[in-house]
Design a protein around this ligand. Sequence first.
Ligand code: UD1
Length: 428
Amino acid sequence: MERFVIQGGKRLKGEVSVSGAKNAVLPIMAATLLSQEPCLLENVPLLNDVFVMIQALEQCGAKCKWEGDSLYIDTSAAYPGVLPEVLTKKMRASNLILGPLVARFGEVSLPFPGGCNIGSRPMDYHLKGLEQLGAVIGEKNGFFEAKARGLTGSEICLDFPSVGATENVLMAAALAKGETVLQNAAREPEIIDLANFLCSIGAKITGAGTDVVVIQGVSSLGAKKNLTYRIMPDRIEAGTFIMAAAITGGDVVVKDVDTEDLVALLAKLKEAGLRIAQYDRNTVRVKPSDRLRAVDVRTMPYPGFATDLQPQFMALMTLSLGTSIVSENIFENRFKHADELRRMGANVKIIGRAAVINGVEGLCGANVEAPDLRAGAALVLAGLAAEGQSIVEKIEYIDRGYSFLEKKLAVLGGDIARVAIMPEVANK
Ligand code: UD1
């Protein structure tokens, strides 16, 4: 077990590169289960969730091998393995193997997935979509059991533009017989990345990134030998660094981003008074700014303000001038960081799905606990800005989604260290 120890009050300065996107690589890794040929994924972030997905693929007969930050995956001899519950409990994205396995093998048995505790996160949209393609899905003793005698393309309209449900339907429909028209699809950039990967292994998909995606099913996937595919940059990690610079009044160049994916965040930050320069599509510079003004945000499906950036934005607003209202419209239980921010002197009240944040002049260091992945990142940002020492516990949540977070922040001048917790202390 480990924790972050942060001495706050240092302005971040310098350059940082963003890693490959967690939310793109996980569905793409799941999609490799559809392919008869091996492939090499480049720009794969070293994250706990990626390590868990490797174990999940290996349980299904895949061979995975690291080559630097590239991951070689051979699923030519894959089979519908049953993942142990201990694996699926660690990561909700394990549910993404449902679509590929049922499409390729006609059967799958999957324990209910776990992941960050940020709401009830049911799977009904995934199941409904797969059922409309012809799968028969039951729930027994904590397992989903899906069977299909060949899937058939269909007209599907999601009740909500769920990212995971869109991905599962996309992957399953790629091997279904005939055409699938998916309405009210999620439009996140990671959906485009998945569709691009699927097309590169022979799928026929148009409209990814819009709310209507059309998939012409093919009989097998794995069109190319020696396929190499590069994972898109992580827009949530990029946004986190941009806000880390902002909260410390720093001067930071964030490289290897795609600024087109960050429009909603950058607009809000500019509205708050942050000085931002965009030299080209892949680089953002945050310049030292005066105290930011309070602005309101509402989380929405893409291209709206990302729920995964809400906790970090709330941390930023705790130090702003005035009162800001942050409304969370995607997950019903995503304000757990508010209690921890209060320990650091923030003035935050939660009223239903809204957080009312009265900006204070300064935060003070405190011992806090990461309640989930992005909330943990928000606490790190608050710690970097606070006066004195902060300790962030339960950083295993943060390691699920950030690759070398403390090292990247330290290169920018942040005083943050990963410290092992002695077993006798950890047990207290
Ligand atoms: C993905 C992201 C996560 C991000 C979220 C929203 C990955 C690996 N994770 O999660 O980081 O926060 O998108 O941008 O890409 N819902 C249902 N039934 C379903 C599916 C979803 O009710 O069958 C609800 C969820 O409870 C939630 C909302 O729909 O309230 C959005 O969830 P969804 O878009 O599916 O998120 P994930 O794919 O789980």
